[in-house]
Design a protein around this ligand. Structure first.
Ligand SMILES: Nc1ncnc2c1ncn2[C@@H]1O[C@H](COP(=O)(O)OP(=O)(O)O)[C@@H](O)[C@H]1O
Ligand SMILES: [Mg+2]
Length: 369
């Protein structure tokens, strides 16, 4: 049975200094896939290991299926083997001297399940991960992607209530990674198991997760469905980490509900702004290159129409990146298609859709890596 996961004010301090996990709280309802996304060292693995019981948290609570598993301040620490969790790691954790089938059956043999049950469950899960025809092969004869499927099958075969995956695709080459990425979501959803998946790869997070939690320096900055992370990033780090690489300096002239007017390079633009941004404050406006609209392509956006000079152009075959001089700074714009329509030095009409321009306190910029 798949179970809910609840993490409250989780803290893990290894030594003096900044905690590896610093007050993380989130809830995963049964059957949901949540991805923790963030740069290396932000505390993803430590969070996962605390949930698995492999790490003793310093403070906070971890509950699985409503049962308290870790609560150090109350002296609760249920050992990993009693948590009924499946785990898949970056390295291929398979038994090298066994066949594929023996690897997958191992957890059931270890639990002394009846032979017919072992055969049935092993057969089902091999089918699920697409390894039926490889069942009798030595596991070491498989490719990296297939070995990771074995590891996944082995962690699903005993029907854990929660599946934890720690960058399971990062040792695979690009093509295998894409194939297994798309398959993973289908496989996990088919079993219905609750899953927590850790990665530093945004594309993986978007494809796999029902929701994404962005982490930085041990803290969970925002947890939301992918489209919300991409369209309403809570702060400049989330915007930047998910690809809003353009930053323009400006100052807030006026606020109007969730939007505001910003002065940038002597011109005015309308931008979304979080509640903590004040009138008169220096801001950085983040815009994704994909959201900069070039030319008069029938857009009826009344606000944020500008003229820019094409200062640079990088033709990439199926797309072109333009560098635009505008609003007192430089903005990159992405044009899809094999034909680059604009030449360096020319003037181009530009629309920056207000809902896709996000103004954050300029002080957050200094803290970007
Ligand atoms: N066993 C450990 N002892 C001391 N410090 C650790 C240990 N494990 C992780 N850390 C530190 O905790 C921080 C978070 O690490 P980790 O959870 O592995 O991050 P991520 O998985 O996001 O890359 C890092 O600064 C790392 O150096
Ligand atoms: Mg890690």
């Amino acid at each position: 049975m798949s179970a809910s996961l609840d993490v409250r004010d989780l803290r893990k301090q290894f030594a003096a200094g900044r905690p590896a996990v610093d007050g993380v709280s989130f809830h995963v309802p049964a059957g949901e896939i949540v991805v923790l996304l963030g740069p290396s060292g932000c505390g993803k693995t430590t969070t996962l290991r605390c949930i698995a019981g492999l790490e003793h948290p310093t403070a906070g609570r971890v509950s699985i299926g409503g049962r308290l598993m870790s609560a150090p301040l109350d002296g609760v620490q249920v050992p990993p083997r009693l948590r009924n969790i499946g785990m898949v790691f970056q390295s291929y954790a398979v038994w090298p001297h066994m066949t594929v089938r023996q690897n997958v059956a191992y957890p059931l043999r270890h639990r002394r399940e009846p032979r017919v049950e072992i055969e049935r469950k092993t057969g089902d899960v091999l089918e699920l991960v697409g390894l039926t025809e490889f069942a009798e092969r030595p596991v070491v004869s498989l490719s990296g992607g297939q070995m990771q499927r074995v590891a996944l099958a082995r962690s699903l075969v005993y029907q854990p209530q929660l599946l934890l995956l720690d960058e399971p695709l990062s040792n695979l080459d690009a093509q295998l990674r894409l194939r297994l990425r798309d398959d993973l979501r289908r496989i996990i959803k088919q079993t219905g198991v609750t899953a927590l998946y850790v990665t530093h790869d945004q594309a993986e997070a978007v494809v796999l997760g029902d929701r994404i939690g962005v982490m930085r320096d041990g803290k969970l900055l925002q947890m939301a469905p992918a489209d919300e992370i991409y369209n309403r990033p809570a702060d400049l780090f989330v915007a930047n980490f998910t690809g809003a690489s353009n930053l323009l300096a400006g100052r807030v002239l006026a606020r109007n509900d969730e939007f505001g007017t910003v002065e940038a390079g002597g011109q005015r633009l309308t931008a979304l702004m979080p509640a903590n941004v004040k009138t008169g404050e220096a801001v950085k406006i983040a815009v994704r290159p994909e959201n900069v609209r070039l030319g008069k392509d029938g857009t009826v956006e009344p606000d944020n129409r500008f003229t820019a000079r094409i200062a640079g152009r990088r033709y990439q075959g199926t797309q072109t990146i333009y560098e635009l001089a505008m609003l007192g700074g430089r903005l990159e714009a992405l044009e899809l298609g094999t034909q680059a329509r604009y030449v360096i030095g020319s003037e181009v009409d530009v629309v920056l859709p207000p809902a896709l321009c996000w103004a954050y306190p300029a002080s957050e910029d200094a803290r970007l890596d």
